[in-house]
Design a protein around this ligand. Sequence first.
Ligand code: GTP
Ligand code: SPV
Ligand code: MN
Length: 604
Amino acid sequence: MGHSNIQLPTANFQSPSNLQEWVEEIGRLTKPARVVWLDGSDAEYERLLAEGVDTHVLIPLNPEKHPGSYLHRSHPKDVARTEQSTYICTPTKEDAGPTNNWMAPDEAHAILDRLFDGVMRTRTMYVIPFLMGPESAPSSRVGCEVTDSLYVAVNMRLMTRMGTVALKHLGQGREFFKGVHSVGTLDADHRYICHFPQERRVYSINSGYGGNALLSKKCVALRLGSWLGRQEGWLAEHMMLMGVEDPQGRITYLAGAFPSACGKTNLAMLRPPARFKGYRMWCVGDDIVWMRVGDDGRLYAVNPEAGFFGVAPGTSERTNPHMMRTIARHTIFTNVALTPEGTVWWEGLDRPEHPEGWLDWQGRPWDPARGEPAAHPNARFTAPLHQCPVIAPRWNDPHGVPIAAILFGCRRSTLVPLVYESFNWQHGVYLGATLSSETTAAATGATGLIRRDPMAMRPFCGYNMADYFAHWLTFGERLQHPPKMFRVNWFRKDERGAFLWPGFGENLRVLHWIVERCHGRAQATSTPIGHLPGPGALDTEGLDMSPEALRELFAVDRAGWLEATKRQAEFFQTFGDRFPSALWDEQQALIQRLKTMIEVGSRK
Ligand code: GTP
Ligand code: SPV
Ligand code: MN
């Protein structure tokens, strides 16, 4: 069994020998019943889908309502990333830093060798070469995931440039990222997602969920990518990437880091409200960017992915019509509700008129009276980028797009204003490093708790975040034209718990101010925390909002911010001497400004 059964790719599918050797090594360990190398062709994808239906991994949806689309139900306890089972296995604990779980590489390998030994004995091992980044781009990287999950295989086809194209890039003897995945027994007590940055390897066992199992995404493009980026002088970030085209046809590109389930996908493809005639939005990516310094001293970014793995609940014609078009065909839905007509549903899609005969995300009859959601709060869809009606013409540009502004967004019901701008790059890095946000259903654990999530990268940084902040700071000198940096927060709430700001398409009002700031045309008021929109600078015309609500969104609560700096300091201290002094300086300067501030606009 195992090794001798491995069918090597033939004819027009020549794989480089270093890749073959590695696949054989993993085959000797996992001992699969069958090995299938994937070439990424349409015919192969169709075969996989058909097999998925036969084996009940996929439920075909109504072909008229959802052409080429399927529903997958995960194990009910395997529905989100599990950060407690995610490890960075660097030689020392300090290299992983206080925000990561660490395990010594030898110890981790010993555990993994035991768990993976023969784990695929009755299963098929899919070999999935994938390319991260546009074809023919020098910054693009090859990876290979082996997995015993058909669900992972079909998702990788949608999420990456997969198969032959990746092998073409790899060539002979080049380095590639190596990912080994098995659903194992799905036993959460023995779940491990272990990263070995020095070996460019990741091993994941006992979960089939997105970020735990689609290894190209968080494991390779972010955790291993961020580590490699530090060695090589670039940045791998948890960011959306979009272009804002003004009525004169000029496109300004913005990148935005928001923690999981805090609005990247929605922002990346927002529909301009009627007030913004002549504006068009172009989506380049919704979750991950790789950024480097261009020859012209500007920051350039690519989306290394080729698909969306987006949050279903809350997605609707009203909130995100472009995503509704994107997922109208060739989409895999995970953990949404199913109607008797073979259509899917989730909370926030529309009003369920007659939910008779509906099945919830676990396949049980759904009774709204029970008060449980029909779709899991972290239900997702997977669809190819090219199906997005506002996909940027440059989404495949091997050079990437030049970034004019970086947004750090958070989900905070209090304190943090709708938008403000940093004074400079170093202050911008401080705004990123002090980002904190209310937790969401994208990871297991309690939701709604404020936690520190620097640059929205806390769960995804593959090394000590103190070094990561220092790495970010170096770009201030390396960039002749650094992007402007902003903090945004669409999620402020009133006393009754309702959102103060309409969000979604109306967020263009904020983007408009940001773009105008980038071009030196919008007014700002300097406050201790940064530049806020000057009087009348942010277009609020036609919004159904009380003047009090608007005031609240732009107030600077001096006492609240002074209090916040104490919690920031506690966090900074966890990094000890390794923490960059420049960020302590920024905090001291903020405290000084707050102490001498004359309060305006706040209700306090
Ligand atoms: P990940 O894929 O987990 O990285 O998430 P994301 O950052 O792409 O978040 P996404 O855009 O999918 O939004 C997550 C949830 O927030 C969804 O339920 C959205 O409907 C909701 N949301 C997004 N933008 C806004 C907004 O401007 N206002 C409000 N109130 N909700 C929003
Ligand atoms: C996130 O949790 O930030 C996601 C989904 O984008 S996952 O791929 O599961 O990480
Ligand atoms: Mn994400």
